[in-house]
Design a protein around this ligand. Structure first.
Ligand SMILES: Nc1nc2c(ncn2[C@@H]2O[C@H](COP(=O)(O)OP(=O)(O)OP(=O)(O)O)[C@@H](O)[C@H]2O)c(=O)[nH]1
Ligand SMILES: [Mg+2]
Length: 120
C-alpha cells in the first residue's frame, strides 16, 4: 500500500457525503490545517499494535479542536488482524474516547476487512 501523498479525495457511492483522507505525516500539517475547519465528522486512525500512535490521538484531538469545535470525532484502530501484536486494549480505547469526547470508536483491518464497533 502507498502512503497518502498529502490528501486523497473520495465521493462516497451513496452520494451523500464527501470524504477526504489526509496523510498523518508531519510535513503535511499545513495542508491538514486547511481541512480541519470543514469536517462534519473527523475520523482519527491509529495502529492498535503501536502504543505511540494511540497516545497521539490526544495530540490529534487538540489540533483538530483548535480549528473545529463542532465536528463529530471518531477513532479507528487499524491492524486488528495482528492479534498477537495488539498493545491497546478495548477498555483503554473506551476510556480515552470518553475523556476526549470521541463519539465512537471501532477496530478495523485493511487486510481482512474485519470490523468491530464500539460505541461510547
Ligand atoms: N496487517 C495490517 N497492516 C495494515 C493495516 N492497515 C495498514 N496496514 C499496513 O500499514 C502500512 C501503512 O498503511 P497506510 O494505509 O499507508 O497508513 P496511513 O495511516 O494511511 O499512512 P499515511 O497515508 O502516510 O498517513 C502499510 O504497510 C499497510 O499495508 C491493517 O489493518 N492490517
Ligand atoms: Mg493514508
Amino acid at each position: 500500500m502507498m502512503p497518502t501523498e498529502g490528501v486523497d479525495y473520495f465521493y462516497q457511492a451513496t452520494g451523500m457525503y464527501d470524504r477526504w483522507d489526509l496523510s498523518g505525516a508531519d510535513r503535511f500539517e499545513s495542508l491538514r490545517e486547511q481541512y480541519y475547519p470543514y469536517g462534519d465528522v473527523i475520523t482519527i486512525a491509529y495502529d492498535v499494535t503501536n502504543r505511540k500512535s494511540f497516545e497521539n490521538i490526544r495530540t490529534w484531538v487538540r489540533k483538530i479542536r483548535r480549528y473545529n469545535t463542532k465536528a463529530r470525532l471518531e477513532s479507528v484502530g487499524y491492524k486488528c488482524d495482528l492479534v498477537d501484536q495488539i498493545v491497546v486494549s478495548v477498555a483503554e480505547d473506551h476510556r480515552l474516547a470518553k475523556e476526549l469526547g470521541i463519539h465512537n470508536s471501532c477496530r478495523m483491518s485493511n487486510k481482512t476487512g474485519e470490523y468491530n464497533f464500539v460505541t461510547h
